[in-house]
Design a protein around this ligand. Structure first.
Ligand code: PLP
Length: 386
C-alpha cells in the first residue's frame, strides 16, 4: 500500500555508520533508520546474539517463561529506576500499553472517563489511540472518529497544564515526549520535566514519558529524564532497543505496572526470544562503552559545527539539539534536499515539512561529525539558492 514515498535507491548492506546501495555507492548514515540503529549497522555483538538465538529457539509465546525477557527486564529496571516491563513490538504498541495502564489507573481513582493531558505537536504512533494522542492534524486527518479522552495543551507550557488541572477533575495522567522528535526536534526548557513531575505529584496523576525516540543514550543520558533528575511513572521505549530488531517496551513503577492482571493485556510476539536477545546485546554494548557520553560529546561537536557554519544563513531559522538528536529548521519545505544529499553520499531526513532531522548512531566518531559539518551546510546553501 502506498503509505511511503521511498527514495530512489535500494540499500544492500550496512556496516557501522555506513550503508551501500545496490549500485555500490556508499553513504554516511546521519539518521540511523529513524533513530533505530544506534550501534550502527551489522554490529558484531548484536549479530552474534541474533545468530545464537536463531539457532536455539525463535518463538515460544508468552505461555512460557523466557530467560532473555527476564535479563532484559532486569537491565531496563537497573538503568531506568523503574520496576517492571511489558514487551511488545513497536513504539505505538508501547504507548498503547501506557494508555491502557493510565485508563486502569483512572478507573481505580473512580473516574468514569479518565483523561490524559497530551501535547500539541506530539507524535506517539499511528494506531487509533496513539494518533489520537498525537498532536498532528495531518496524521489524524481522514481517520475520525478519534479515540476520546485526551486534553491537548501547548508543549513546553506549564501554565496551560495548571489551567487544565483547574478545569478538569478527571485527569489521570500526562503523556509527553521529553524532546519532540517527529514534531521537529522541539526541546523544552530545562525545568519542564521536573515541573510536570511536581504537578503530577500534587494532583495524583501519572507522568508517562514517551522515550521511543529520545531514550537509550541518544540525548546524552541513558534516559532523557535522568538529565532532569526525576523519575517518571511510565516510560515507553522502542526504536533503538533492538538496534533494528523490532521490539518495544513499556516500563513502569511497581504500583502502576501491577494494575495489569493476567489476561488484561498481551502480544503474541511481544518479548520473543529473538528480539529480547538482540535488545540485551544492544543495552549491554551501550552500557559497556557508556555510549550516552559519546552521544553527548559528538552531539555537542556536531551542533556547534553546524551552528558555526549556518547561524547567519538567511534561510536557516534555527539549529537546535540535545546529544545526537538535532534539527535544522529552514524557512521552507525541504524534502527535495534529500535527493541532493544522496548524491553527496549523506543520509538524513526531514520532519515537520521544514526541519532537517539528524539522528546519527551513538557510536559516531569525530570524523563522521566532521563529514556531516563539511557536507550539510553546502547542501542547504545549494538547495535554498534554487
Ligand atoms: N513515539 C515516538 C516518540 C516516536 O517518535 C515514534 C515513532 O517515530 C513512536 C512513538 C511510534 O513508534 P513506532 O513507529 O515504532 O510505532
Amino acid at each position: 500500500m502506498s503509505v511511503y514515498k521511498p527514495l530512489p535507491i535500494q540499500i544492500e548492506r550496512g556496516e557501522g555508520v555506513w550503508l551501500w546501495d545496490t549500485e555500490g555507492n556508499r553513504y554516511l548514515e546521519a539518521y540511523s533508520g529513524i533513530g533505530v540503529t544506534s550501534l550502527g549497522h551489522a554490529h558484531p555483538a548484536v549479530t552474534q546474539a541474533i545468530q545464537n538465538q536463531a539457532a536455539k529457539v525463535l518463538h515460544t509465546s508468552n505461555l512460557f517463561q523466557n530467560p532473555n525477557q527476564k535479563a532484559l527486564a532486569d537491565l531496563l529496571a537497573r538503568f531506568s529506576g523503574l520496576a517492571k516491563a511489558f514487551f511488545c513490538n513497536s513504539g505505538c504498541e508501547a504507548v498503547e500499553t501506557a494508555l491502557k495502564l493510565i485508563r486502569l489507573y483512572g478507573h481505580q481513582k473512580g473516574f468514569e472517563f479518565p483523561k490524559v493531558i497530551v501535547m500539541e505537536g506530539a507524535f506517539h504512533g499511528r494506531t487509533m489511540a496513539t494518533l489520537s494522542a498525537g498532536g498532528s492534524k495531518k496524521t489524524q486527518e481522514g481517520f475520525e472518529p478519534l479515540v476520546p479522552g485526551f486534553i491537548r495543551v501547548p508543549f513546553n507550557d506549564i501554565q496551560s497544564v495548571k489551567e487544565a488541572a483547574k478545569t478538569h477533575s478527571d485527569i489521570a495522567a500526562i503523556l509527553v515526549e521529553p524532546i519532540q522528535g517527529e514534531g521537529g526536534i522541539k526541546i523544552p526548557h530545562d525545568n519542564y520535566l521536573s515541573e510536570l513531575r511536581a504537578i503530577c505529584d500534587q494532583n495524583g496523576w501519572i507522568l508517562a514519558l514517551d522515550e521511543v525516540q529520545s531514550g537509550l543514550g541518544r540525548t546524552g543520558t541513558l534516559f532523557s529524564y535522568q538529565a532532569a533528575g526525576i523519575l517518571p511513572d511510565i516510560v515507553t521505549l522502542a526504536k533503538s532497543l533492538g538496534n533494528g530488531v523490532p521490539i518495544g517496551a513499556c516500563i513502569a513503577t511497581e504500583s502502576v505496572a501491577d494494575l495489569f492482571k493476567p489476561g488484561n493485556h498481551g502480544s503474541t510476539f511481544g518479548g520473543n526470544p529473538l528480539a529480547t536477545a538482540a535488545a540485551v546485546a544492544t543495552l549491554t554494548e551501550i552500557e559497556k562503552h557508556k555510549l550516552w557520553e559519546n552521544a553527548k560529546i559528538q552531539g555537542q561537536a556536531l551542533l556547534q559545527g553546524l551552528q558555526a557554519k549556518l547561524k547567519n544563513h538567511p534561510h536557516v531559522k534555527d539549529i537546535r539539539g540535545k546529544g545526537l538528536m538535532i534539527g535544522i529548521e529552514l524557512d521552507r519545505p525541504c524534502r527535495e534536499i534529500l535527493l541532493k544529499a544522496l548524491k553527496k553520499g549523506l543520509i538524513f531526513n526531514v520532519t515537520n515539512e521544514s526541519v532537517i532531522r539528524l539522528l546519527p548512531a551513538i557510536i559516531y566518531q569525530a570524523e563522521h561529525v566532521q563529514q556531516v559539518i563539511d557536507t550539510l551546510p553546502s547542501l542547504i546553501d545549494e538547495f535554498t539558492k534554487q
